[in-house]
Every structure is written in C-alpha cells, then in structure tokens.
Design a binder for this molecule. Sequence first.
Ligand code: KG4
Ligand code: ZN
Length: 356
Amino acid sequence: MKCLEDTVKFTETKEKDNKDVLILAIESSCDETAAAVVKNGREVLSNIISSQIDLHKLYGGVVPEIASRKHIEKINQVIEEALTSADVGFDDLDAIAVTYGPGLVGALLVGVAEAKAISYARNLPLVGVHHIEGHISANYIENKELEPPFICLVVSGGHTHLVRVEDYGEYVILGRTRDDAAGEAYDKVARAIGLGYPGGPKIDRLAKEGNPDAIVFPKAKIADAPYDFSFSGLKSAVLNYLNGCKMKGEQIVEADVAASFQKAVVDVLIEHAMLALKESGLDQFALAGGVASNSALRAAAETACRENGLRFYRPSPILCTDNAAMIGAAAYYEYQKGVRHGLDLNAVPNLKLGER
Ligand code: KG4
Ligand code: ZN
C-alpha cells in the first residue's frame, strides 16, 4: 500500500542530490529482533541481532505470542544500539525500512508499528520490505560486483523458492516447495533424532561425522514442475526409517541418518537450481536464507558452479539467518526507485514476492 500524499511530503523534505543514502532497517518477522544501519545498500555500518532462540528452544519451536512479546521488550534497545554502533543519529538518516511480510503477524506488527512511529516522529520516508527480498539482497552486501540478473535459491525455515532475479526488486518465481520448507524439514528431522531446536545447524554439524550414502532416502520430483520442491515425503521417510529401526531393535546411527537426509535435501536443491541456470542461460547463482549457511549446501553449490562455469555467491552465515542489514540492502533499491509506504502500512503475514 502506498500513500501518495506522504510520498510527496517526504520527497520534498528529505531527498538531496548526490548524497549517500543512510537507511535504518528493522526486522522482526520471526524470532530475531534486529536493526541495522546500511549506507547505499551495500555498506553495513551496524547490524544488531537479538535472538530469541534460547527462549523458544524450551518449546521445540517458535511460539508466536512469546516472539511478539520479546520483540516489544527488545526493539528500542536494538535500534539504539544499531544507531550508536553506526555512530549516526536519527537526523542523519534518509529513510526507515521495515519487514512487513511474510512472517508471524504479531511479530511483524511490532517492527511495522515501530518503523511507522519513527517515520512520523522524525519525518522520515518509510519503505516496507518483503522478507525474502531481504534474504536475496543479503548477497549484495559482501559481493559489490553482483548485479541482476541471476538465479537465487532462497532456503529458510519458512520458504524454499527458486527465483530468477530480473532486476532490483523484480522477481520471477520459477519454483517453490509444495509442502515443507527446507529449513522446516531440517528442524523436524532434528527433533526426531533428538537434537532439539533449531535443528538445521545441529544436523549440519552431526552430518560431518556420518556417511551420506548409508541410507538412501527418496528425492521427490514433481511431474511437469521441474523447479518445485517437496520435502514432506523425505521427512516421513526419515521418521519411518527411525521407527523401523526401533521396531526391529536395530541400532540407529544418528550421524548417518543426518548425513543421508542432508544429502537428499542438498542433491535436490542443487539439481533444480542447476537446471534453472542451464535453461535461463544466466551465469550467476546465489544462495540465500537460513539454510544457505549449511556447509554441505555451500560446498555442493560451489562445486556445481565451478563445473558449470558459473559465478557463485552466498552471504556470510550471519547474513544468511534473519537480520536487518539485508532489509536495509533491499530497501535501498526500493527507495531509489521511489517506493514509499504511508502510515497505513500494515503487517501482511502471507505477502507474495513482488507484491507491494
Ligand atoms: O532465514 P531464517 O533465519 O528464518 C526464516 O526466514 O525462516 O532461517 C531459519 C532456518 C531454520 O529452519 C534453521 O534450522 C535453518 O534456517 N538453518 C540451517 C542452518 N542454519 C540455520 N539449516 C541447515 N544448516 C544450517 N547450518
Ligand atoms: Zn528469514
């Protein structure tokens, strides 16, 4: 939603020619309360993340009500820290950016309300950002040479998207998961093996000690949709395997289960991504999202890119999981295009990529 009156007002008072653009970005879509100051979309002056993982761990996953409450407690402190460590004040800023979807509605609302309050109080333009666009844009921060078009595989706890990035802010979704997201499958399998939440990093670590060829788990292919994914069958296959072992009294080698499950996930992700690169004729591939910090996925992507003569990009692990620097990077390109949101901006829990 855009409010033209606000656009005009902010444009007149805040925009100057040939000047660095400083954006304060806020992210609160799930269980991280984060704020960052980003200069010209690619230079991170500060990146503060307050993680709630230890709290949600007790319940085996994110509890939405607790997440919202914690965001409220932390958000002012996180923003203050982001400004202080960037050594900037509100008056130095050109815009305020915030994730407004997709995500948990109560969690998103905290960031959106905060950003609107700052926008109003400080007369700063407001730029609402799509969370996935943020994940994709994390790649711009450390790879100054990366420009669209490229193919991006977005793999997180809530999303698994194969995206053709046409231009800044312009996306074509080639494929998506039909059921569980890749991160969700990691978390569920980790719980079944008894590793706890969040499972992704734990499976990643345990898999290093296991044999990826010990157990052959199915790799789902969807007829007529070569870029789509399905991970719920794989998750069930792992659960069936574990139950079968228990019933037969056979010993379960957790590291082998982790390594074999991970191989099935990574093989499918890379196969689909490489097909998209081949068919699109593009020569740049990027990973994004929490699962993009997975060591096996990063290694497999690197090898596949080398073998196919493609340039490979991925953010550092701290920029893969939820953070506000990626929101500031995405917001810069939206801001440059003239995108402004009004004070009627709302949280949109199921916001589609490319929608404004
Ligand atoms: O992007 P993110 O922080 O939040 C969402 O937008 O969902 O992703 C969190 C997800 C969780 O499912 C977590 O288990 C997974 O990313 N993850 C990993 C790794 N690090 C985080 N999955 C596999 N290997 C990892 N190293
Ligand atoms: Zn995320």
